[in-house]
Design a protein around this ligand. Structure first.
Ligand code: FAD
Length: 302
């Protein structure tokens, strides 16, 4: 059996696997797609110590670093079931069952998409999902935030300090965000909120130049010229496959303590699939390292 079996090959999983292998213990990593969300990212400017890099380049260096160590890399394999017996069993979609003394779950998350024309086409060319990451690219420009929940309103407040003007588009007749956030938002001079707005299309040529929406009251279509669209309608953790085997919160995030331990002894978790706040590359790597050290601690005590 493995000592540490990591599920997920994004920044959290790569970090966890390297920290484990450096302890000289038997380490494996199963990943549906090595690199994770980083593979879908264009410019990265907040990976501290690296002024600028691009997603596929960072993913390649993650893979290269993992391969420096004696780690059993099982790429293009999807886990479908986890069960704690004497050892922890991980069943893959291809039918194989892997056994390990500890498991580190780092299956990440995915941004919920609005699924309108232009969204996929202009991702990284004006369509963004992370205000902390891409806000500064729109300094002095007009942007929209789609989504009036907490994450949308937080993003709008954040962006209002950087960009020229922010339009918030909310599908429902009311914003869902906490009232303190709404109060803050409405105190800002450069924000407009449009409710009952159904996003229809993100327009552009080589990059975004506007957004079209339908006013759900009147049925009329409107178009706003702008340079960026931040989609903030939810981050979905890739944890459905775990069922009831591990405690998850209302949003489906795996509940962990500050050593990455989950509700099941020997099972740890890190990165965007957990309830750790702030989903970022550097935070995923940090929590991946912590979960790996947590797993090592568990191994030497059991
Ligand atoms: P992920 O990167 O999501 O990796 C999850 C891994 O698990 C993948 O390998 C996946 O294939 C695998 N997996 C999932 N389910 C299974 C399964 N059942 N079995 C096996 N494997 C599975 N952050 C920044 O810090 N700076 C940025 O500039 C930035 N820009 C971003 C731009 C975009 C477009 C997006 C989408 C995200 C961006 N982020 C950015 C966020 C950042 O990418 C994530 O916080 C980070 O990748 C999370 O790492 P992770 O390892 O937890 O999960």
């Amino acid at each position: 059996p493995f000592d540490v079996l990591v599920v997920g090959g994004g920044p959290a999983g790569a970090s966890a696997a390297i920290y484990a292998a450096r302890k000289g213990i038997r380490t494996g990593i199963v990943a549906e797609r090595f690199g994770g969300q980083v593979m879908d990212t264009v410019g990265i400017e907040n990976f501290i110590g690296t002024k600028y890099t691009e997603g596929p380049k960072l993913a390649a260096t993650l893979e290269e670093h993992v391969k420096e160590y004696d780690i059993d890399v099982m790429n293009l394999q999807r886990a479908k079931r986890l069960e704690k017996k004497d050892l922890i069993e991980l069943e893959l979609e291809n039918g194989a069952v892997l056994k390990s003394k500890t498991v580190i779950l780092s299956t990440g998350a995915r941004w919920r998409k609005i699924n309108v024309p232009g969204e996929t086409e202009f991702t990284g060319k004006g369509v963004a999902y992370c205000a902390h990451c891409d806000g500064p690219l729109f300094e002095g420009k007009d942007v929209a935030v789609v989504g009036g929940g907490n994450s949308g309103i937080e993003a709008a407040i954040d962006l209002a300090g950087i960009v020229k003007h922010v339009t918030v588009l909310e599908f429902m007749p009311e914003l869902k965000a906490d009232s303190v956030l709404q109060d803050k938002l409405f105190s800002l001079p450069n924000v407009t909120v449009i409710k009952n707005a159904q996003t229809k299309e993100i327009t552009g040529t080589d990059k975004v130049n506007g957004i079209s929406y339908i006013d759900r009251d009147s049925g009329e279509e409107h178009h706003i010229e702008l340079a960026g669209v931040f989609v903030q309608i939810g981050l979905v953790p890739n944890t459905d496959w775990l069922g009831d085997s591990i405690e998850r919160n209302r949003m489906g995030e795996i509940v962990v303590d500050n050593r990455g331990a989950t509700s099941t002894p020997g099972v740890f978790a890190a990165g965007d699939c957990t309830n750790t706040p702030y989903k970022q590359i550097i935070i995923s790597m940090g929590t991946g390292a912590a979960a790996s050290l947590g797993a090592f601690d568990y191994l030497i005590r059991n």
